[in-house]
Design a protein. Structure first.
Length: 91
């Protein structure tokens, strides 16, 4: 279930942000990931599985949006001759 939540939320977040500008996506991703990680860490410290899952969802959503933003930025900035090597550098 945890893996479904992690990948499902990240995919939904990436799918929900196609019309956002890059700066807005980066800001939303950073805020979501930071807020989620704070709640996630509190859930780990207090041994609270519910807080762990609740914090994991926005953290993964933020990570998904940031990943989409990075891939889009690299693809847009690289010339066609070096686009594939630059995108491979993201991984």
């Amino acid at each position: 279930m945890i893996v479904f939540v992690v990948f499902g939320v990240a995919s939904l977040a990436k799918s929900a942000t196609p019309r956002m500008k890059l700066r807005t996506r980066l800001s939303a991703g950073l805020v979501g990931e930071a807020a989620g990680l704070i709640v996630l860490a509190a859930g780990m410290e207090g041994a609270n599985p519910a807080a762990f899952l609740i914090g994991g969802a926005p953290a993964c959503a933020g990570a998904g949006v940031l990943f989409k933003s990075v891939i889009g930025s690299v693809a847009a900035a690289a010339s066609p001759a070096v686009r594939v090597p630059r995108l491979l550098g993201c991984f």
